[in-house]
Design a protein around this ligand. Structure first.
Ligand SMILES: [Cu+2]
Length: 273
């Protein structure tokens, strides 16, 4: 029976690595597209590199731990007579220190190693053409249970006034341009996730966040919520349309005319009546 368990535990690292490798290389069949979604962003490769580095590091430790577990189960099989009495040990100070310092040093290394990636993704917010102020957001995205509300500045180019344009789950952005989005939440914790652009930002009510990226390929891509935010979390899905600057402009113009037609003009009672 001990042999069975040791082989079962040995299958964990083997199957684990095999499935990962198969998903990464297969282009058709069951596991196709189970690896990274297509990267269409200028800085996406930085995130992917970091991800793969951490995956390799944890993968090696995972396989090593699995193998050690197998060896011990196999060697000290209870069905076999080992002949030696069980030794009682109090533990080892040396081992405790070693297995505390090693992970701490590794984490410290990763913290230093990823500093530039973090700064590019989260701290170096793009500047406007004048070089003094931050680039204003192309649109504002507000997560709420269970949709993404999107707001564009109207013809005056300023967000937050009467001529703003609204859509739901339908974000359009121009290709080959540095895009800044302002992201917020109206109710609970959501996570604004654009898998193809390698952008993910948690949002909580009362906090204003900015994300930025540069899309390099036109097409339709997903917006998803990456934080369990309630019963309808699974359907909190929107669409990003990356299109040419001229198409984007005409889409905005069309949105504007549709919205003007639908606008409710309050009836002001005249003084004569
Ligand atoms: Cu959500």
């Amino acid at each position: 029976m001990g042999r069975f368990w040791s082989l079962l535990f040995l299958s964990v690292p083997i199957l684990g690595v095999a499935v990962f490798a198969y998903a990464a290389v297969s282009e058709t069949g069951l596991m196709a597209n189970h690896w990274f979604p297509e990267d269409i962003s200028e800085h996406g490769h930085v995130i992917d590199k970091l991800f793969l580095f951490i995956l390799a590091l944890t993968g090696i430790i995972f396989v090593g731990t699995g193998l050690v577990l197998f060896v011990f189960l196999w060697k000290y099989d209870a069905d076999k007579t080992n002949g030696q009495p069980v030794a009682f040990v109090h533990g080892s100070h040396v081992l405790e220190v070693v297995w505390s310092i090693l992970p701490a040093a590794t984490l410290f290394f990763i913290a230093i190693y990823q500093m530039d990636a973090w700064a590019t993704a989260k701290m170096r917010r793009p500047m406007a053409a004048d070089g003094k102020t931050h680039k204003p957001p192309t649109a504002e995205v507000t997560g709420r249970q269970f949709e993404w509300r999107i707001r564009y500045p109207g013809p005056d180019g300023v967000l937050g006034n009467r001529d703003d344009l609204f859509t739901v789950n339908d974000l359009h952005i121009p290709v080959d341009e540095e895009i800044v989005l302002s992201v917020k939440s109206e109710d609970v914790l959501h996570s604004f996730f654009l898998p193809n652009l390698r952008v993910k930002q948690d949002v909580v009510p009362g906090m204003q966040q900015y994300v930025w990226f540069k899309p390099l390929r036109e097409g339709y891509y997903d917006i998803v919520c990456a934080e369990l935010c309630g019963w309808g979390h699974y359907k909190m899905k929107g669409r990003v349309t990356v299109e040419s600057a001229s198409k984007f402009k005409s889409w905005l113009t069309q949105l504007e005319s549709e919205q003007n037609q639908a606008a409710y003009e309050p009836v002001v009672a005249s003084e004569e009546e």
